[in-house]
Design a binder for this molecule. Structure first.
Ligand code: G3H
Length: 489
């Protein structure tokens, strides 16, 4: 059991003596199913919120603090020190990724390694940014040295599906650009931050990074209400993002960097390589049980190949092995949210009442912490699963006759992150791409949707995102362009 009885404030791991909350895993460690108690975390509220806000504000000191005025090379040294210490925590963090969120061993290891790589790449990009900025250039009679400066205090909230990688893709650029940060880990994926606390504490000057625990409404709301937050950086759901913005007394001062919901479609054209399309749709819909903002969440299959696609896709889905995250070759793993199987069941019931069928044999089979992926066909717009971001193992499939049908649906959708397009004829695909890039931000040709590599923009249109999070863009999102002008030659 891990009793996290400290929190990070003012450069100190301060003892928490108040109430605590239990952290459970939906994975059972006994033969007769019961959730496993993993540990406890502090249940923080207004007083702790006030304390961390004061700490972050003091460290920023209206732009005059040690951190925002520190030489770039020294800030980089702090970040290098952090990542060196972080690497030593790999096995422990991976263990918590498996237990807390049910991510398979190989995916947990990937998440850890990818995060370390993200930090190194951020450091390199930051050096490059600084090299390009730190010299005078003359334009229209004015010598100017353009620099990127910090914006202030950042509240950083990450999601449970990538509690390390996604969260750090906010946290790391926010810190390195000279801002100070308050970070509240996700509800599932919170204990895995514990092994990193000492690295955070010892690598950065006091108050640069502050870590709190508790429910959003108890601790994040008062932080926003303080009016001291300059950037709200959140990857999660729109509802929380809107609620938090609304708490801020002066929204004009608040910059938003948000990664939100998506309903990424796959469009499978009549001439698609079906083997490839099916394989990519398996990965796209079901990797980490579909709990990815980048997952494929609705499949449009041309009516001429629909029967063949459904048959082969259903067989492949039924063959996916389910097991605990550390079991070899496992593909489907327990769902970390205890209520998720019931939600998925609701979507299935709603769709089947309205005319869809589960077309794979094992679809909807239940255990205590899982519901086997269901392929629902045919879907229509009256069904909840057509509209809602399921974020779990249920796959809505529909057919189309004319390509304009999925295009119109995408244009009407509230979301606009990515699309996967499967087909071979370049004369069809070429003009389609020109339209698709105006509906979403990434078009994946003959492959499923995904975030990486982080050299490319990660963003979305409409309700899917605010701001862009490639490494390059994130450094810019968390800073402001300033310049020193001189008329001297
Ligand atoms: O949930 C959104 C993540 O950024 C997905 O990343 O596409 O690499 O799984 P991924």
């Amino acid at each position: 059991l891990l009793h996290q009885d400290t929190y990070l404030v003012n450069g100190e791991l301060k003892k928490w003596t108040g109430e605590t909350s239990k952290v459970y895993s939906t994975i059972s460690s006994t033969e007769h199913y019961e959730p496993t108690l993993l540990g406890t975390i502090p249940t923080m509220g207004e007083m702790a919120a006030d304390e961390v806000v004061k700490s972050a504000v003091a460290a920023y000191d209206k732009g005059q603090g040690i951190w925002p005025t520190m030489k770039v090379s020294d800030r980089i040294k702090c970040m290098e020190d952090f990542v060196t210490q972080m690497k030593a925590t790999r096995s422990e963090v991976v263990k918590y990724l498996m237990w807390e969120i049910g991510k398979s061993l190989s995916d947990s290891e990937k998440e850890f390694d990818r995060t370390v790589e993200y930090i190194y790449d951020t450091i390199e990009d930051y050096k490059e940014l600084d090299r390009n900025n730190a010299r005078f250039t003359k334009s229209q009679g004015v010598n100017a040295m353009v620099r990127r400066g910090p914006l202030g205090v950042v509240l950083c909230l990450g999601p449970y599906n990538y509690p390390l990688n996604e969260t750090f893709s906010l946290l790391i650029p926010a810190i390195i650009m000279g801002n100070t940060v308050i970070f509240k880990p996700a509800k599932h994926g919170v204990l895995l931050i514990s092994p990193l606390l000492e690295a955070f504490r010892s690598s950065f000057p006091k108050g640069v990074i502050n870590i709190v625990y508790g429910r959003g409404r108890d601790v994040a709301s008062p932080i926003m209400k303080s009016g001291k937050i300059d950037i709200l950086a959140l990857i999660g759901n729109s509802k929380s993002a809107i609620a938090l913005q609304d708490q801020h007394p002066n929204k004009n001062r608040l910059r938003l960097i948000l990664g939100l919901e998506a309903k990424n479609p796959a469009i499978i054209l009549p001439d698609a390589d079906l083997d490839l399309a099916i394989q990519e749709c398996i990965t796209g819909t079901l990797s980490f049980n579909g709990q990815r903002c980048t997952a494929l969440k609705i499949l449009y299959v041309h009516e001429t190949i629909s029967a063949e696609f459904n048959k082969r896709f259903a067989e492949k889905v039924d063959a996916l092995p389910f097991g605990n995250p550390w079991e070899k070759g496992v593909s489907l793993t327990p769902l970390p949210e205890v209520e998720k199987p019931n939600y998925i069941q609701e979507l299935i019931d709603d769709a089947t009442i309205k005319g869809a069928k589960i077309i794979n044999q094992k679809g909807g089979e239940r255990t205590e912490n899982y519901i086997f992926p269901s392929i629902l066909f045919p879907i229509n717009k009256q069904m909840r699963v057509y509209h809602e971001e399921q974020f779990g193992p249920v796959i809505p499939v529909l057919t189309f006759k004319d390509i304009q049908e999925p295009l119109d649906d995408m244009a009407e959708s509230n979301y606009g992150q990515q699309v996967s397009l499967f087909g071979r004829d370049i004369k069809t695909i070429g003009p389609l791409i020109d339209t698709l890039v105006n509906l979403v931000c990434r078009v994946n040709l003959n492959s499923s949707c995904q975030r990486g590599p982080d050299v490319y923009p990660f963003t979305g249109r409409k309700d899917s995102a605010v701001g862009t999070l490639s490494i390059h863009d994130a450094l810019r999102s968390f800073s402001i362009r300033t310049f020193v002008a001189s008329k001297d030659n």
